[in-house]
Design a protein around this ligand. Sequence first.
Ligand SMILES: [Zn+2]
Length: 356
Amino acid sequence: MQTIHRELRKMLFCLIEGIKQWEKDFTKVPDKLYKGHMLFIKHKAMADSNIPNNLFDLIKTLKKPSYKWGIPQLDCLFSSEAALIEPGYGLTIEADDFMEAYQSLDEADQSVMRKILVLCRVQQLDKEYRFIRTFLSKSENAVIDSFSLNRHLHFHLENSELKELVFQCYEELPESIDNYKECPHCGWTLQFRNGKWSCNKENVCRFIESFEDVANFQYQESEKIYRMTSGIQRYILLPGIQEINYANRLEKQGYKVETYPEVDMYDIRVETQRDIIDLDIKDYRSASILSDYFNQLPINQLEKYHANSFIIIPSYRLKISPAFIDLVNSKLDKNVKEYIRIFSENQMMKRLKEEK
Ligand SMILES: [Zn+2]
């Protein structure tokens, strides 16, 4: 079973990466897409004879929820209700989440955040790393004029390579500022789609703040305005807002709190009278993707989750899907369960109080 799972992860990885490359240049089929297609055929052939033997049929299949693909074991590692491609949008949120879960493990990952992390670890820039993560976790920095961005970075970061990498977390606004509104939750650019304002792909912000009266940005058309890239908004800013809020909540309760200790070994470290407790906040839409993320961690990475470390699921996630924690737990492998303990924000608060 382990080998099949490994191959299916590889298949999803190749398909998603291949589609990404293909979107940029439709004139040639990327190697990755070909490889993903071949793996798809192999596993489909094991299940039944209805095989998508050309790209057209493959894409048609990938637009359907994954439980309809006819590869039953996929259920363990990908959301069965989710497709890989959504017509009109491109890759689905689950496809993005899957890649994000993978990339954090991939030593060859070339993402900007990875480069920042590696540089800070090698040069032991603990303070700088904390500044960058905190800066990218503030809604007021989601959209920013170039003057302020420069000023902040020059003031807090001496290392020019690091400064350049933070600039890469931003892009110039693709359209005129007048085409956007300001997200009341994360501060990023809302766009008008299908008759309503929405914030990036998943649009979870609307579950957290009301979108009834969204405001314009207060910038002049003539100013040079930047926003965080879509990936930074989704995988750094949104979880970052949760992390910082939770850290603040803990501090208000009188705990000594450190964010991103040991250059991001954990998200939050809490010191109680008796213990040091480490927390990682995980914000995924699909329980299967999160549980599989843990299931495929090598043992040396699972070991970072010591007896006093916990996974926290943000409250709003549980509001959207109350059974989320039970679902993840039910899909964890037996040996993984020894390391991974999952709590809601409130359960963790309660536990800490009992320790006091
Ligand atoms: Zn938002």
